[in-house]
Design a protein around this ligand. Structure first.
Ligand SMILES: *Cc1c(COP(=O)(O)O)cnc(C)c1O
Length: 507
């Protein structure tokens, strides 16, 4: 194989190579030009070449054809689609180390490598960041993202609730494990007719997990208050009635940061009540905190007290899902899963009959082998960018970053509230209430029907910023999600206000 050669240092190529260390935000458009997309598409090979192109030609092809057709979603501070995050310089450095040294994190073998120790330590740093108790919560794993973490939560919950149902019948056989005996046999022994997830406006990945795990997507149900101003809140009476009457085993899932509005489903009192209900009816309490859990970084100042409350009490849950590739600003793909029950995940994810995969034992906190508590066996060292970024910036660095994000969201929300052409959603009586509730997401539409149709498209055509199009109450709406570490309140507010003012004049 050809050795790497130094590429010539002219033009953009050098800049792009340098980007492997630090990426400058894109100038001009956030989305690639049609010309660059066309060029990249036509450069793709029709079939595998018999003789390889060689390393330097392949590098040229990637840097000159492919990279210019990427979008600046993660790199630009003004990409507000989805909840995308960015990549901090520390995380970028660590991720390049991960690729270069290509460690496989699956079995904890203390004489073979330090990597499982580092992963366990990174999990502990995250637990600290969220003001959770290490003795309960430094138990879990890194995943590919919150979707996988939600899947782990429902899988652990499925074990737990079915085991409880078996015990209730007074049967003491070990046929209680779904991992061991499968869903059908365990459910027959337990005498339950099905499994369900009760939630309020859950993320689509919960229904996906329910489909994979044998609950069925239709068994993910909204138990919302019929309050148009706050559909995210649980209807507690309805929830208890459902738990008391259903012959299905239940997982209650909390939307800790709802993806359209960024609002929170619960407060500390709600969480205490949900915990009581789940204990009473042997249900599992799961929190989807993909980006919402980050509000636990904030302190309890008046400015942030409302969003801070939205995350209080989540330590009463049985499991918590979170995303690192969003607000932690590490590269894709990286999520995390915390679980207060140390044995549940291995009941599901154990590699059976593979003695060569068992780890040695040692003194002190035992570090589990990741392959027996998560989906994959061979795994990327995705914990290293988390570790690097948390060490580099610390609690205060992350708090500053999140505060800048929230303050920008609130500047935009307040400006839209006062704007003659726009409304903020969900509609709120007072600007004060709107600002208090605004976390990192601003949802809005134009009052005028004609302007509102295709609004997201027109905003994005500016090339200066990017918003997601969505719908609210049957009307098209736009969503600004602020999640990049590069946020600068004054600079970004001026840019957003300029673009949003600009599109109203062309209606
Ligand atoms: C993004 C998100 C998910 C899914 O996370 P992925 O990182 O896409 O797997 C789940 N829940 C919520 C609330 C989210 O915002």
């Amino acid at each position: 194989m050809e050795q790497p050669t130094k590429l010539d240092s002219t033009g953009n190529r050098e800049t792009r190579l340098a980007t492997l260390k630090y990426i400058e935000p894109p100038v001009g458009s956030i989305l690639p030009s049609t010309a660059n997309l066309t060029k990249a598409r036509s450069s793709l090979p029709e079939k595998l070449p018999d003789n390889g192109l060689g390393l330097s030609s392949t590098q040229n092809h990637i840097l000159d054809d492919i990279v210019p057709a990427f979008n600046g979603g993660s790199i630009s501070p003004n990409y507000y689609g989805f909840v995308t995050g960015g990549v901090t310089p520390a995380a970028l450095f660590a991720d390049n180390v991960v690729s270069a040294y290509d460690q496989n994190i699956q079995v904890h073998l203390e004489n073979h490598s330090i990597v499982t120790d580092v992963e366990f330590s990174a999990l502990g740093l995250l637990v600290d960041l969220f003001r959770l108790d290490r003795s309960t919560w430094q138990n879990g794993t890194f995943t590919t993202g919150a979707s996988a973490s939600n899947l782990l939560g429902l899988a652990c919950g499925r074990e737990f609730v079915l085991r409880a149902a078996v015990k209730r019948k007074g049967i003491s056989i070990d046929a209680e494990s779904v991992g061991e005996y499968g869903l059908f046999e365990t459910m027959q022994v337990a005498g339950v007719s099905g499994l369900q997830v009760l939630s309020t406006l859950p993320h689509s990945s919960l229904a996906k997990a329910a489909g994979i795990l044998g609950f069925g997507r239709k068994n993910v149900k909204n138990i919302c208050l019929e309050d148009p101003n706050n559909p995210l809140r649980f209807n507690m009476q309805k929830l208890e009635a459902e738990l008391a009457s259903s012959d299905k085993a239940t997982i209650v899932a909390v939307s800790c940061g709802e993806v359209n509005t960024g609002h929170f489903a619960t407060c500390a009192d709600d969480m205490r009540y949900l915990r009581e209900l789940c204990d009473k009816y042997s249900a599992w309490l799961h929190v989807d905190g993909a980006f919402g859990i980050f509000s636990r970084i904030l302190d309890d100042s008046l400015e942030f007290s409302y969003v801070h409350q939205g995350c209080e009490g989540i330590d009463l849950a049985d499991s918590i899902a979170g995303d690192a590739h969003k607000l932690l600003n590490v590269p894709y793909d990286c999520g995390f899963f915390f679980c207060r029950h140390p044995d549940e995940a291995s009941r599901v994810f154990q590699n059976a009959n593979a003695a060569y995969l068992t780890a040695g034992t040692r003194e002190g906190p035992s570090i589990p082998s990741p392959l027996n508590i998560g989906i994959e066996n061979s795994r990327r060292f995705r914990a290293l960018p988390v570790y690097a970024s948390l060490l580099s910036y610390g609690r205060i660095g992350y708090k500053d970053m999140l505060q800048r994000q929230i303050r920008l969201a609130r500047m935009i929300a307040g400006w839209l509230f006062d704007h003659p052409e726009y409304i903020t959603l969900p509609e709120m009586g007072s600007k004060g209430a709107l600002l208090d509730r605004t976390y990192i997401i601003v949802l809005f539409s134009a009052k005028d029907e004609k302007l509102n149709q295709g609004l997201a498209g027109r905003i994005n055509e500016s090339g200066k910023m990017f918003v997601s199009g969505t719908s609210w109450d049957g009307r098209p709406a736009c969503r600004i999600a602020i999640s990049n570490w590069r946020v600068d309140e004054a600079r970004d507010f001026a840019l957003v206000a300029g673009v949003l003012d600009g599109v109203t004049t062309g209606k």
